[in-house]
Design a protein around this ligand. Sequence first.
Ligand code: FMN
Length: 207
Amino acid sequence: MTKSSALYKQTVTIAMTGASGAQYGLRLLEVLVQHQVQVFFMISKAAQVVVATETDWKLPGKPDVLAEYFQQRFQAKQGQIQVFGREQWMAPVASGSGAPSQMVVCPCSTGTLSAIATGASNNLIERAADVALKERRQLILVPRETPYSAIHLEHMLKLTQLGVTILPASPGFYQKPQSIDDMVDFVVARILNQLGIDHQLLPRWGE
Ligand SMILES: Cc1cc2nc3c(=O)[nH]c(=O)nc-3n(C[C@H](O)[C@H](O)[C@H](O)COP(=O)(O)O)c2cc1C
């Protein structure tokens, strides 16, 4: 646990990888900050490309500069968002002794899905997910691809059987979304439900 972790009741690790749907990961980060959650954040090179393609955000490449950028953008507390680099092997998420109890890969590319299913651990995102698995922590993957191949489905089945939550970025339409933001919030709300975080993003079924 880092010093500042003691200030927050919950720490969630978010890893953004290079599937379409950067908005899901960025909105998840924003909402977690609003809920006074500490966030450990990682982003893959491909996800940086997707963010630049799908949004008007200009994310800095260096982890400490990115942390500062998010802190200002989301009015987070000093240290609330900690950003780790791709090969920052001394980061807490790289080891079972320091790993936070909840990790979300959002969005999750099929490449990272495959790496997690096979234990590749070739970068810090893959290693952190591997640690979450070995330590039996909560791991949520938000894949986005269509259609899925048998390889993708086999990896998802294997990981589900290991206790991982596969939560596809599949917004529903029964709440009559009025905007893309509504559709993004649909998926983010499902992630928050899994993390045990009370929220008002969407009415619950039956309300
Ligand atoms: C604009 C853009 C959109 C992409 N969309 C997807 C996608 O929806 N799903 C997916 O699995 N890969 C998608 N990819 C491909 C991945 O980014 C690529 O396989 C990459 O190697 C994944 O690396 P990562 O897992 O380290 O992020 C996309 C790439 C780009 C540039």
